[in-house]
Design a protein around this ligand. Structure first.
Ligand code: ZN
Length: 342
């Protein structure tokens, strides 16, 4: 016999090979000459097919059927890979018995196993709703899941050649007709030096952060009707937010808008959580004497607001937000300097 013939002949009594390694350890199998990956595969099968179980009758039927059909090792591996994913032990054993009793080559067995498992574990239907995926420096995704009739209606009102424009038009006309729904005012943030450049016509080079987390170019900004869409808050490069609006709104609402304008996304390093959904964070905690004035306030996502080291006297764990040279930055826990406003 050639080595190939010996190998192929040895694959056939798969269930007897598995039975032979029941009770052995991976080390013992490797010492006996098994490559470690083969050892792990054999032990997985031995555990599944020969370990004590309360389903002794089904276990016996599966092992007998595997022997009768002379399923080679690769086919037993396929059977086990799917049986292991059944939701209950009983279902897993029934699936093993049914598959072991079937005469099928490995690929055919895989197809059958996949079909039977899907019958046992029907896929859960997707949840209706609207989900957004925000990416740093890449386009965002808005996914809508709902009744087929609604989605088909939406899709049919899109222009195939410029679907994005259609969506923008569709959404803005809906917003206009639903005047009594709560709306969020999005702030566009421009520092004074940038404003000079936009006014001078250099707008295309400037990227402006909005408090809903998106960015647009300065040129885009001036081409929009800002009065209809939101406010503009001016932020001094060193002093922070400058209030240019004499508004009658409550102080807290105004402060919220200004804080969002100063930090359009959570200022924690690499956090991109939009300010419109953020909480207002006291840089010096209220219970440690911090005031509710704009220089002491920052937007912060609920998660980072929760993990911020509020107590300046406690040992730092996750770091904290501090204001440095007019800007709110994350001070890592390993920074040994006390927060200063220099
Ligand atoms: Zn955050």
């Amino acid at each position: 016999m050639t080595a190939l013939q010996t190998y192929l002949a040895a694959l056939a009594p798969g269930i007897d090979i598995v039975a032979g390694c029941a009770g052995m350890s991976e080390d013992q199998l490797c010492a006996a000459g098994a490559p470690n990956k083969t050892a792990r595969t054999l032990l997985t099968l031995a555990d599944a097919l020969f370990a004590p179980t309360s389903f002794t009758r089904l276990q016996r039927q599966a092992v007998d059927a595997a022997r009768d059909r002379a399923h080679p090792l690769p086919t037993l591996e396929v059977i086990e890979r799917y049986a292991a994913r059944a939701k209950t032990k009983r279902d897993a054993w029934r699936l093993r018995v049914e598959l072991c009793r079937t005469a099928a080559d490995t690929d055919e067995m895989e197809k059958l196993a996949r079909k039977k498992l899907r019958e046992l574990n029907p896929p859960t239907p997707p949840r209706p709703g609207v989900r957004i995926r925000r990416r740093k420096d890449a386009p965002w995704t808005l996914a809508i899941t709902g009744p087929s009739s609604l989605i088909a209606d939406l899709e049919s009102s899109l222009d195939e050649d410029s679907p994005l424009d259609s969506v923008a038009e569709l959404f803005s006309s809906t917003a206009a007709s639903a005047a009594d729904r709560p709306t969020i005012t999005t702030n566009a943030i421009i520092t004074l030096d940038e404003l000079d450049r936009i006014i001078d016509g250099d707008g295309e080079e400037i990227s402006i952060q909005l408090t809903n987390g998106a960015r647009i170019s300065g040129a885009d900004l001036v081409s929009r009707t800002l009065a209809e869409r939101g406010l503009i808050t001016l932020v001094h490069p060193f002093e922070g937010a400058v209030n240019l609006y004499r508004t009658e709104r409550m102080a807290s609402e105004k402060q919220r808008l200004m804080a969002a304008a100063e930090n359009p996304v959570c200022p924690w390093t690499d956090c991109n959580y939009p300010a419109d959904k953020c909480q207002i964070h006291h840089l010096q905690a209220w219970q440690h004497g911090g005031d509710t004035n704009i220089s002491n306030l920052a937007t912060c996502c609920p998660y980072h607001n929760g993990v911020n080291d509020d107590d300046p006297n406690a040992p730092p764990i996750r770091g904290r937000l501090v204001r440095r040279r007019g800007r709110v930055v994350w001070q890592p826990p390993w920074a040994d300097t006390a927060p200063t406003d220099t």
